[in-house]
Unconditional design. Structure first.
Length: 103
């Protein structure tokens, strides 16, 4: 079982071949491929390679499945006794990927 920990959008994700993940929005078209080069950790059945801070010559290839927006998150600010109420909504953009290979 190959796996890797990648860094993108200021977050870290543990990925495996065949796994689908939702990450921060990327500038890539649906159906295209994307290569991650910031690999923090790579491992298989026998050994684990930890980067300092990144593993050299390691890449993770992924296929872009779709671009979309998450469900709406309500941001509500309230101060008691002062009639202060503010309600906002936010929908975060995301990219859904399927991991194809870890090299």
């Amino acid at each position: 079982m190959n796996f890797a920990v990648i860094e993108t959008g200021g977050k870290q994700y543990k990925v495996e071949p065949g796994k689908k993940i939702k990450i921060e929005s990327l500038d890539a078209k649906e159906g295209s491929s994307f290569v991650f080069d910031k690999i923090l950790l790579r491992g298989d059945e026998k050994n684990i390679t930890v980067g300092m801070p990144h593993v050299p010559n390691a890449t993770v290839e992924a296929k872009v499945l779709r671009q979309g927006r998450n469900k709406k998150v309500i941001v509500f600010k309230y101060h008691s006794k002062t009639r202060y109420r503010k309600k906002k909504g936010h929908r975060q953009h995301f990219t859904e990927l399927e991991i194809t290979a870890i090299k």
